[in-house]
Write a protein that binds this ligand. Structure first.
Ligand SMILES: [Zn+2]
Length: 173
């Protein structure tokens, strides 16, 4: 377009075009080419501005992605560390349980394991202040008397939830 405008201008300046009608057409074309060039320059400017804004947004979003990835990395590392600690604790507790289970009579251990399975993981409960810590029910007075009368090594169970009751010395039972 610039070339065409320059060529038109050259023809105009050369004096080769003499007819007033042709001269007028040529001048008109030069003016319209200048107008289009100016319009296109405006478009180019606007496109460049939008491109710059888009690049700023890309930079900002890239930064946010990076910061989220950092946080994911930190959190994953913390989760893995916690899982490692939990695994180690499970191993220790399992080992301890094995040692204790070895000292309990087989039939009592069998009963305990059965109750534990039936009662959501808790097979034995403390009897504390007349209350079964397993089901939170207070024992009836007759039941309490039976527990009191039972031999120290007898297995007593909660009337309500059937769990093995562990008598605590401080509760006088
Ligand atoms: Zn109970």
């Amino acid at each position: 377009m610039r070339q065409r405008a320059a060529r038109d201008q050259k023809r105009l300046d050369s004096g080769a075009v003499t007819s007033p009608k042709d001269l007028e057409n040529l001048q008109h074309e030069i003016a319209s080419l200048a107008k289009r060039q100016s319009d296109l320059e405006d478009v180019v400017l606007e496109v460049m501005e939008r491109r710059e804004a888009a690049q700023e947004r890309v930079t900002e979003l890239t930064g946010r992605v990076q910061s989220l990835q950092d946080r994911i990395g930190d959190t994953t590392a913390r989760r893995d560390a916690a899982a490692g600690e939990i695994d180690a604790e499970v191993a220790t507790v399992t080992k301890e349980r094995g040692v204790i289970a070895g000292t309990i009579p087989a039939d009592l251990l069998k009963l305990y394991d059965k109750l534990r399975e039936q009662q959501g993981g808790v097979g034995a409960a403390r009897l504390y202040q007349r209350r079964c810590d397993g089901c939170r029910q207070e024992l009836a007075i007759t039941e309490l008397n039976e527990v009191r009368a039972a031999a120290p090594d007898a297995v007593v169970r909660c009337e309500n939830c059937r769990r093995i009751l562990v008598r605590m010395p401080e509760s006088g039972l």
